[in-house]
Ligand binder design. Structure first.
Ligand SMILES: *Cc1c(COP(=O)(O)O)cnc(C)c1O
Length: 462
């Protein structure tokens, strides 16, 4: 106990950064990667997408960032720094209470990104993407949202900058998460349930699958069509892309500065992985040190067993969306036709994984683990009861593995420093918590046959 009290003095419960300690540049891990992530391909020609082709869909400056594999540090424009000041730095919390509850010698830290109205890390990239759209003189942006965090973040950023924001929200979420929808509308966004009759692809999907409750891949196709078919609009995406990981590097940079400030060396860095943006952002500066041969860390991506793109997927070129209108990306993927079981409530449902994260995984810089959702909610509950934050189901995947690792330390007596990303809060996920509390939540793990059927939909590329 005396030790603990001493530590309490040395390392505060929450480590904040002073304004002059805040990062002013994003870190581009691609610059330090020996094997660069594979380029996006034009689905028509099979050739790498050019800046010009991408410029029809995405904002100019964001295309530059997407294609830039060489610039290590990219200055954050002042307007974005000013916006970050409203909710950043996010705290790096020493989980003293969780450590005590687990009775582990491990030191656990988490970087909490849920301290803004959107409730997640997604605002870090939303404001950057909206800023570049505004700077280019565009009228507005279109996007899709599944659970709603990205749509909420983007609508906040757009209202701040005075841009139109058209969100295609997966129909099942639109109906099940009316409060998310209303937050977006409060920030001035137009929210359309997807599939809809407002796009050609939406009409086609509705004709082929009447009564469908939609999917993320299908909402992406609608949002892209809606952007490219109108003057002054571009499409923006909340995860997966290189540019999004770049913006999210703010998470890792702050984490590293905070750890350095107290002389703490992380042994292990853990993050949940859906499309890979928070994980990529959190680990980037650490992976960079590892790639440059300066330090070694154990880096773990955690995904759901029901949507296991890293642990059971194939590393191949695939479509990013169901409508097959987007460029092809080389990634660990379950196939764009993969639809996670409806009893999976824990988020992280995207069929593929960011090209950067995929390449780092393929090169052995990071490892991956898949966990079952009932275990995830058990960990979420344990965490909520001692640390006072009701975590998002997505974030709870990282909690689960952090707890597992802390329990291993208890057996071995090792005092490892475990750092994990707590990406957001779970107030809009109470149906999932309800299912768990009622004992009605089940686990679903796709069979090999199901995955094979889905792999069969992969495009045949060289
Ligand atoms: C969107 C989201 C994720 C997953 O997305 P990534 O791009 O993999 O980071 C994780 N946690 C929360 C709270 C989210 O909103």
């Amino acid at each position: 106990m005396a030790d603990v009290i001493k530590e309490f003095k040395e390392i505060p419960y929450k480590i904040y950064l002073e304004e002059n300690e805040m990062p002013t540049e994003w870190y581009n891990v691609r610059a330090d990667m020996i094997n660069k992530p594979a380029p996006l391909l034009n689905p028509g020609t099979g050739q790498p997408m050019t800046a010009e082709e991408l410029g029809g869909v995405f904002c100019e400056e964001l295309v530059k960032q997407e294609l830039d594999n060489d610039t290590q540090r990219i200055p954050i424009p002042q307007e974005i720094l000013d916006f970050y000041k409203m909710y950043r730095p996010s705290p790096l919390v020493r989980a003293y209470c969780l450590e005590e509850k687990l009775d582990t010698p491990a030191h656990i830290y988490y970087k909490f990104e849920g301290n803004n109205t959107s409730g997640s890390h997604k605002l870090n990239s939303a404001i950057a993407q909206a800023y570049y759209a505004k700077n280019q003189g565009l009228k507005g942006v279109t996007t899709e949202t599944g659970a709603g965090q990205w749509g909420t973040a983007l609508s906040m950023a757009c209202s701040y900058l005075g841009l139109d924001c058209d969100v295609y929200m997966v129909k099942v979420s639109y109906e099940q998460k009316p409060f998310r929808r209303e937050v977006m509308r409060t920030y001035g966004a137009n929210v359309t349930p997807s599939p809809s009759m407002t796009t050609e692809i939406g009409k086609k999907i509705l004709a082929d699958h009447p009564g469908t409750t939609g999917s993320l891949g299908c909402a992406i196709s609608e949002a892209v069509e809606s952007a490219v078919s109108r003057e002054g609009y571009r499409y923006v995406l909340g995860s997966v892309l290189n540019q999004v990981l770049l913006h999210q590097s703010i998470i890792g940079l702050e984490t590293k500065t905070a750890l350095d400030k107290y002389g703490i060396e992380a042994d292990m860095i853990i993050g949940c992985a859906g499309g890979g943006s928070n994980l990529g952002g959190l680990i980037s500066p650490f992976a960079g040190e590892k790639l440059r041969g300066e330090k070694d860390y154990q880096i773990i991506a955690v995904e759901p067993k029901s949507c296991p793109s890293l642990t059971r997927g194939k590393y191949a070129y695939d479509f990013c969306d169901t409508g097959m209108v987007c460029p092809l990306a080389k990634m660990y993927t379950l196939g764009s036709g993969f639809i996670p079981s409806p009893n999976h409530a824990g988020g992280l449902r995207y069929h593929g994984m960011s090209s950067v994260v995929s390449q780092l995984y393929d090169d052995g810089i990071i490892e991956a683990r898949a966990v079952e959702q009932t275990e995830v909610f058990k960990a979420a509950t344990e965490f909520a009861r001692v640390e006072g934050i009701l975590p998002a189901p997505e974030s709870s995947h990282a909690i689960k593995v952090a707890i597992d690792e802390a329990m291993k330390c208890k057996e071995t007596g090792e005092e490892k420093n475990i750092v994990f990303g707590l990406t957001g809060t779970g107030y809009f996920d109470m149906y999932a918590y309800q299912a768990f509390n009622d004992g009605k939540m089940t686990d679903y793990i796709p069979t090999d046959e199901e995955l094979e059927a889905s792999f069969a939909t992969l495009p045949q590329i060289g």
